[in-house]
Design a binder for this molecule. Sequence first.
Ligand code: ZN
Length: 567
Amino acid sequence: MRVLLNFSLALLFPLILCFGRVNTGNSKSSSNDTYLFPTDASHRINSGFADYRSSHFHGGMDISTNGKIGYQVFAAKSGYVYRVSVSPFGYGKMLILKHDDSTFTLYGHLSVFSEKIEEMVGAAQRQEHKYGVELRFKPDEIRVDRGEVVAYTGATGVGGPHLHFEVRDKNFAFIDPLVFGSLDVPDYRTPRIFNIAVRGFLSGEAKVCSMKKSGDSYSAKQIFRMSEPFYFVLHGADSYGGKFKRPPKYIRLKIDGNDFISLNLTHFDADDYLDVASLVDLGLSRRLKTYYILCVNRAIPFSVFTPDTPLSGLIGENFPNGTHSYEISIEDEDGNGASASGKFVLNLPRSSNSSSDATAGLSISPFKEKVFNLSPSLTLRFPENSFAKEIDIDARLLSQNSLEIESENEMLRKKVELTWRVNDPTLRLYRRLRRRWSYIECSNDGSFLRAKIGYRTGVFALLHDEMPPIVGKIRFSNKNPFYRSAAPKDFKRDFVYFKVSDRLSGVNTDNIFLKVGDEKLFCEYDSKKHSAVCQVDADKLRDERKVEIIVSDNAGNERRVVSRIRF
Ligand SMILES: [Zn+2]
């Protein structure tokens, strides 16, 4: 037990946990082929599937845990533990199950895993000598039954306490959990249409038209007059309670009464996760006001469109000049819907000998691999399809130690490989972010610095960091110092915690240690609180009276602090 406690990452629970079955309520336990709602914390959804975030789409739903940690997390179906990862960022502590029907479920921001998984995570951390680890399991190595407690909710990674839950199909594509009846949180609110816009394909200019509302029908206040090929852009949203900021799940555009293009936002391919520019009009969208592009203007189509061929949704030579009508309808997963209609006048200049090809002269080609040798010492490699279409890239050295990459504001779908010849092993790579430098994970063996850059381009530099991290006051607490717990009141755990920050390269979150006597414990870093937390044995701490903190930054500068503990 001692060894387990020493390396326990549990912020909240002992490793001896009671892994019972959840009582499935009105005895629906016979329905083994349906997904079980994954927690008893609540049925409130704070963020839904396909919500647009600045660099990606939300791949699941965030279930409220009432601002607390420590609620039970249930296996949604029977199967086995497929993958587990631990990080202070992103998903935090994360668990993926593979089910007997070959689908997957994912549970993120957990505080603690089930006992067996915790043991294996601890062993991997000791072996790799770092906090952040990823474990892959053999089929059926750890079996789980539907309803079994596999973990407890937490606040690890981004965001405060909540449970992030995903369903993936057998190709690992994202599926909206709400389309499964057993996971549905009923939505009685009708989605709304706020604005309809058109964007010229050649000029790139947008025209926005507001709508007149009459019940669940909307009509355009203006007529669009277009003299170039264009596509429609929709500002519409749904709500499960609260603000209208969820994506509508089904969008359909009809022109002159005929189906033209439709979108189904209840699923998307794993590769589309980052490809926000394929679906969101970044020029028109503002925070919580998302404009959806109703056109496939990419060489690699985003998987939600039907038809899904490049340039479908584009209105041009495929229509005669003159007045046309359009209707856009949207629907949520519970069948609540709204629709908007209006007219546009097309007036394309047409040459007499033009072909009847729908989009003559317009085409989009995929991005091929490109290698830039910016100097004899610096090489950038853009892999094939690292952008969703062929674009011009401008990459140039700004000085001997800095460079700029411009990509027409397109996001990278794959990472750029950078190789920089250096003669100083202490240099690291940084990205300029809002007037600050942000560390990029890289390796430097004194001859070459190598890094992978994603998912935005910009300004990068090689810099020195010679200052070790700063450690704040070291404190003791007999409960989790940062989050309220849903655990029973008689539950006690002891923690040592302290603030830790580093100005340039950032804290190396994999290597924050607390030494009590000759025992070296891993600390967990909370990226929101800029603090490290370590579960301790209070009796041992009282015997030793003092502890040593060992922290380092990403450039390898180390700081050691010895401190007495006050109880
Ligand atoms: Zn989430």
